[in-house]
Write a protein that binds this ligand. Structure first.
Ligand code: ADP
Length: 263
């Protein structure tokens, strides 16, 4: 706290007193910091895909490339436009979540089935890595928002691939205990320094080293994952060793309704 102004009180009640006005600057400073980070992230993350889109559109428009090159350029433009959409969705998600305006549509479903379907569709787009999955025989029934849980899985899979550029596969494991589902995604990539563990799930945080800087990102994905998992009463955690790899684990309660499990 600090006094921003000291005004001489000239009211009719007191002719000689002073009025001290206090303002909490910590919250304001925090907000300023968030705003600065938002602006620098947005400008950097928007600029890269936009300049790539503009560049390739110009090549297509003025250079009459060969059909092979045309196909490749259109693919890149499509990829970059998708990146922009994802980025925008991340910003909207985090804003909705922070405003407490995120609605969750809970329903019973099989986490194993969702995981298998997600890996199947996601795996098709992952050209550089194979996804090895080990799942329990059980359907692993949970009561949750299926789209949101899928979003978490996709975030963890994309990070695992993104941050292990020299590896060729990632491992996914799904198992259950008496009352919990445990899903982990392991990569053999750049790893995370232990000093970063507690900041990893806060928005805009990115590990500050050259390996991470080379790889684009907003620092929003894990904050969104944490928000979603905690809104389900679950937990998300990380284990990692620098230059060896990382494992992200989510734990969710199994659907407690016995009658549903019998169906
Ligand atoms: P982004 O990937 O867009 O930067 P995230 O919120 O998904 O944002 O991740 C935050 C930070 O955590 C990343 O910038 C990176 O430093 C680190 N990180 C996340 N996943 C991994 C991983 N699998 N391996 C190494 N570092 C990771």
């Amino acid at each position: 706290f600090y006094a921003t102004s000291i005004k001489k009180e000239r009211s009719r009640f007191s002719r000689h007193g002073f009025l001290f006005v206090f303002r909490d600057r910590t919250e304001e400073q925090k907000m300023d910091h968030v705003k600065d980070e938002l602006i620098s992230t947005v400008s950097h993350e928007l600029r890269t895909p936009l300049s790539s889109i503009l560049g390739f559109m110009e090549l297509l428009r003025y250079r009459q490339p060969t059909p092979e090159k045309t196909t490749r350029y259109v693919e890149i433009v499509h990829e970059e436009a998708k990146r922009l959409t994802n980025l925008l969705n991340d910003f909207l998600d985090i804003q909705r979540m922070e405003g407490g305006k995120q609605d969750y549509a809970f329903k019973p479903f099989s986490l194993r089935q969702l995981l298998e379907e997600t890996i199947e569709t996601f795996g098709e787009t992952a050209e550089t890595h194979t996804i090895h999955a080990v799942t329990d025989d059980d359907p692993i029934l949970i009561f949750a928002d299926e789209d949101k849980v899928k979003q978490v899985i996709i975030n963890l899979l994309s990070n695992a691939i993104k941050y292990s550029p020299a590896a060729d596969h990632i491992d996914v494991r799904l198992e259950k205990t008496a009352d919990q589902a445990i899903l982990s995604v392991t990569d053999y990539g750049i790893g995370i320094p232990p000093t970063a563990f507690d900041k990893l799930f806060t928005k805009f945080y990115r590990v500050d080293n050259s390996a991470v800087r080379k790889i684009g990102g907003t620092g929003l994905g894990l904050a969104i994952c944490k928000e979603i998992i905690e809104s389900h009463g679950g937990a998300i955690s990380v284990e990692s060793e620098l230059n060896q790899g990382s494992t992200f684990t989510i734990v969710l309660e199994l659907d407690p309704r016995k009658d549903f499990e019998k169906k």
